[in-house]
Design a protein around this ligand. Sequence first.
Ligand SMILES: [Zn+2]
Length: 125
Amino acid sequence: MRLAEGIQKHGFRKWYERQLLRSHACMALTFLCGIGVVAAFEGMTRFRDWTDQANNIIAVLICAGIGIWSLRRYLYLLNHAEMVANQAECASCGTYGRLRLVHAPTREGVHVCCAQCDHRWRIDD
Ligand SMILES: [Zn+2]
């Protein structure tokens, strides 16, 4: 979910929480794919026939591909959430994470307003 859409629909704190949950779900998927790769390699050590070997090689490739994708997704979601969270503090009153969307996002970023003091600033998205 995009930042502006998330702030408008759920508020910043819920958006941030959801981004962290999504990123950690990707981390769990990466871990499971790692187990799948190891299990498929272990299956290759017990050679029975070429069909089993081909299945194990396909399993390694699929698990490795999904694992790489989910690792990249995990790192992207986590870094993006942290980058936005570092900009979520009001420079005027110091309130953290209580902000409203001012208007639709632009190319420069998302324009927000402090819920406490109405100070406006831009969050780079
Ligand atoms: Zn403020």
